[in-house]
Design a protein around this ligand. Structure first.
Ligand code: UDX
Length: 456
């Protein structure tokens, strides 16, 4: 089949490369000139495990092409839209890239095409687009919602082994045609109407975000009552009704999806006159988790302004160079506001982070170089290379009180303590002097908290 994919981000590029590997003729359309030049030059514009091999093979055998022109997709039977739908500062979802691409298809379409929406769009958007825009085309354009659940870092694996494939549409033949595209993937295809398919994506992401904020709340409580979140989360997750995934307490979720989609769903709720209070709380808890890290550092270091803190891990999670909505960057900015000197290192995300970090942040060439002369270490991303550090050497490099704040509960606590450093995780038992003190929930512009949790 001839397929066009509009947008060469994580979703678009993985879809394009994997479909070309399945024997389809794929053109991927990217409007960013720099990104397009890299792709046409045979280079990937971002890191994604396993993608380089499939991409290189597709380009090599001539079944994967790149272009900046939407006109390049006019010969395709299927046009997949995988452009960004970022959040605007007021929480609204910016759909301009979709309108831009679809308008051009509508103007130029020469024969019937299947328009497949992979971008995350608010429930109701697809039906609206059909009625207002697609209906104006001179040829029939059939619309299907086909939300994508790929995770960065495991996007290729997730493409081949999804838990389900969701297709929303009211034309059986079109649905069957799209399902055939996924014939080599062993996963149930769940079909429904367009609006419901759009809702599945938001509901799934909001639910996963809820699990994370919930376990972070339990972790905070564990610290206050002297319990340990690790066995608590493990045993809670062993209940099959709950499931063990997404129960890792830490600094909260980041990335290009959860923060945007939780706020987007909150916005959709508000627009429909519904106060989604649980979701608002999930967002607040996630924001607060970053502030609690700062509070812990302040509680354990005393004054912050004369201190140097090493932040290891800048990517929003391990296995990616993506720093979008990364908790590490927010915490660094909070620390800079307090006059802290910051030294950072990340195995993959240094280049991306340097574009955003202020010049006073010292970018080290490696883990040990970043630790030199630091009073405290914050591990913000659970990269495997941080877990196996030589803690004797770390102790030598750091200055008292040699505090290790394990923001992802990924470090060997006992070994660190044995080596004479002070260890503090998230939701792990802490010495009374290490506890951050009363957790006073910060006020928020959007949803002020009405209660305060105090230590009894
Ligand atoms: C997510 C969804 O999983 C995916 O289905 C959707 O298509 C896009 O959004 P992604 O953003 O790549 O994928 O990352 P994910 O692995 O889900 O992690 C999101 C964030 O949650 C990360 O910051 C991660 O560190 C955090 N997280 C995850 C936790 O804090 N605790 C957990 O237990 C799991």
């Amino acid at each position: 089949m001839r397929i066009a994919v509009i947008g060469a981000g994580y979703v678009g590029l993985v879809a394009a490369a994997c479909l070309s590997r399945s024997g389809h003729e794929v053109v991927c359309i990217e409007k960013d000139e720099g990104k397009l030049a890299e792709l046409q030059d045979g280079r990937l514009p971002f890191y994604e495990a396993g993608l380089a091999e499939i991409f290189t093979a597709g380009v090599g055998k001539g079944s994967l092409h790149f272009s900046s022109e939407v006109a390049a997709c006019l010969d395709a039977e299927v046009v997949m839209i995988a452009v960004g739908t970022p959040a605007r500062p007021d929480g609204r979802i910016d759909l301009s890239q979709i309108y831009g691409a679809v308008s051009r298809i509508v103007e130029q379409a020469r024969f019937p095409q299947l328009i497949v929406m992979k971008s995350t769009v608010p429930p109701g958007f697809g039906e609206n687009l059909k009625a207002r825009l697609l209906s104006r085309a001179g040829v029939p354009l059939t619309y299907l919602a086909n939300p994508e659940f790929l995770r960065e870092g495991s996007a290729v694996r997730d493409w081949y082994y999804p838990d389900r494939i969701v297709i929303g549409g009211d034309q059986e033949l079109a649905v069957a045609k799209l399902a055939r595209l996924y014939a080599d993937i062993d996963a149930p295809v769940v079909t429904m109407d367009v609006g419901s398919a759009e809702m599945v994506k938001y509901a799934a992401n909001a639910f996963l975000a809820t699990k994370i904020s919930f376990i972070n709340e339990i972790a905070n409580l564990c610290e206050l009552v002297g319990a340990d979140i690790l066995p608590v989360a493990r045993a809670v997750g062993m209940d099959r009704r709950i499931g063990g995934e997404f129960l890792q307490a830490g600094l909260g979720y980041g990335g290009s999806c959860f923060p945007k989609d939780t706020c987007g769903l909150d916005f959709v709720s508000t627009c429909n006159g519904y106060a989604f209070n649980l979701l608002k709380a999930v967002i607040e808890v996630n924001n607060r988790q970053r502030v609690l890290a700062l509070r812990k550092l302040r509680g354990m270091l005393g004054t912050l302004h004369d201190k140097t803190v090493c932040v290891l891990g800048l990517a929003f999670k391990p296995g990616t160079d993506d720093i979008r909505e990364s908790p590490a960057l927010d915490i660094i900015n909070l620390l800079l506001d307090e006059g802290v000197k910051i030294r950072v290192y990340d195995p993959l995300a240094m280049k991306n982070a340097q574009r955003l970090l202020p010049p006073e942040v010292y970018s080290a060439s490696g883990t040990m170089a970043a630790l030199e002369g630091c009073h405290a270490l914050l591990v913000a991303t659970a990269w495997p290379e941080f877990t196996g550090l030589d803690w004797t050497a770390v102790k030598e490099l750091m200055r008292p009180p040699r505090l290790v704040l394990d923001g992802r509960n990924c470090l060997p606590a006992e070994e660190i303590i044995k080596n004479g450093l002070v260890y503090q995780g998230v939701g792990r038992p802490a010495k009374p002097e290490n506890q951050p003190g009363n957790i006073i929930l910060p006020k928020s512009d959007r949803t002020p908290f009405r209660c305060q949790v105090t230590r009894c």
